[in-house]
Design a protein around this ligand. Structure first.
Ligand SMILES: [Zn+2]
Length: 385
């Protein structure tokens, strides 16, 4: 007897949820399961492992080995459950009131399960162009895993015409989001008795200068370029964490602060970073004149490129028609879509579920939302016939 798509998607999701693939853990067992499912549809597997070899991106291509296909992409890593009030085992999928509960149900193993559940219908007739499943690792720690796979596929002879990243959008078409750049700035000063401040270098006071210039940038951003549809429609930058100094009467030896910038599509985070670096270079000579061992270090922690609307409006039109929606929207959170776009593959974000359910205890998704997504992916797949 042929299985129903509902039970397929729930069964795949139950299996995917059972692998505790928090970002710090290996995703290889999950990949083996996915690869095994796809082998039944004649998929060719390529893997892009990390340096340690304990995690990998998985690219599965079904249909002919040609360009012009479509990528369905999502990450298989999830956020931890420690400290959250789960009412059941996060790794055992359960159902309540039409919703499936388990870590990753929304973010974003639900979408991965939809991809697997759509394959029987998509491959029911031969494909003229390939469908690729591109499952990444380390998305939740700054989208740092997917790059090797996105760059390979963008530069290969397999270059697809479209990548759909299935982060939760309630099946809306998301055509744009901000990019993000975050990092630590560490000021190393020279400590001494605070009665003689000019003999030493006060790291807290230098940090204050740097933060003042970040605040200046923030004010300029508020009056700068806008991208309507985002809230707020301008870029932002701020410092949300700071630590420094040892005692009220010792010149502070060190101070570090964590900054983040969120840049609207089409604007450059690099320009802002270079401004911060230039301000540091301005302050350093006076510090080093007191002691060459002092200085300012800026360390980037993560960089997520923004997503700008595709140059070709026909892509959006086609997808809106397949979705039965009137218009696209922009979202305030980052995804891997900009990484595919920068690799030369037109990209959008469309996925089941509500992003508010991501990262929550008792994370859940409606089975009906998954079925909508399976239907949409099937229609997209049919365009490859
Ligand atoms: Zn996600």
């Amino acid at each position: 007897m042929r299985s129903m798509p509902e039970s397929d998607v729930a069964a795949h999701l139950a299996k995917l949820v059972s692998f505790p693939t928090i970002s710090a853990s290996s995703n290889l067992a999950l990949n083996a399961y996915v690869e095994n499912v796809c082998a039944a549809f004649g998929a060719r597997a390529r893997t892009f492992p990390n340096k340690e070899g304990d995690k990998a991106n998985l690219l599965l291509s079904i249909g002919p080995e040609t360009p012009g296909g479509v990528i369905f992409s999502g990450h298989s890593d999830i956020v931890p459950t420690e400290g959250q009030a789960w009412t059941g085992d996060p790794w055992t999928l359960r159902e309540k009131d039409g919703r499936l509960i388990g870590r990753g149900a929304t973010d974003m193993k639900g979408f991965l399960a939809c991809c697997l559940a759509a394959l029987p219908a998509i491959t029911a007739k031969p494909l003229a162009r390939p469908i690729h499943l591109a499952f990444s690792y380390d998305e939740e720690v700054g989208c740092s895993g997917v790059g090797s796979m996105a760059e390979w596929i963008g530069a290969s002879g397999l270059k697809p015409r479209l990548a759909i990243i299935g982060e939760a959008t309630d099946m809306d078409l998301v055509a744009a989001h901000k990019g993000g750049l975050i990092g630590w700035t560490t000021v190393t000063g020279k400590p001494g008795h605070s009665s003689q401040p000019d003999r030493y270098v006060n790291a807290v006071m230098i940090a204050a200068e740097l933060i003042a210039s970040i605040n200046q940038i923030r004010q300029e951003m508020r009056d700068g370029p806008r991208f309507e549809g985002l809230d707020p429609p301008y870029s932002t930058i701020q410092v949300n964490q700071i630590a420094g100094g040892l005692h009220g009467n010792i010149v502070a030896e060190s101070c570090r602060f964590f900054w983040e910038m969120r840049i609207i599509p089409g604007e450059s985070d690099q320009v802002v970073l270079e401004r911060m670096q230039a301000r540091a270079r301005e302050l350093e000579p006076a510090m080093k004149a007191v002691d060459p061992a002092t200085g300012i270090a800026i360390d980037i922690q993560a960089r997520i490129p923004g997503l700008r609307p595709n140059d070709d409006p026909a892509i959006e039109k086609e997808l809106l028609s397949l979705l039965g929606r009137a218009r696209s929207r922009a979202v305030p959170y980052g995804t891997e879509a900009g990484i595919f776009q920068n690799a030369g593959v037109p990209a959008v974000v469309i996925g089941p579920g509500d992003i508010k359910d991501a990262h929550q205890p008792d994370e859940s998704i409606a089975l009906a939302a998954l079925m909508d997504c399976v239907g949409f992916l099937t229609r997209v797949g049919e365009t490859c016939r």
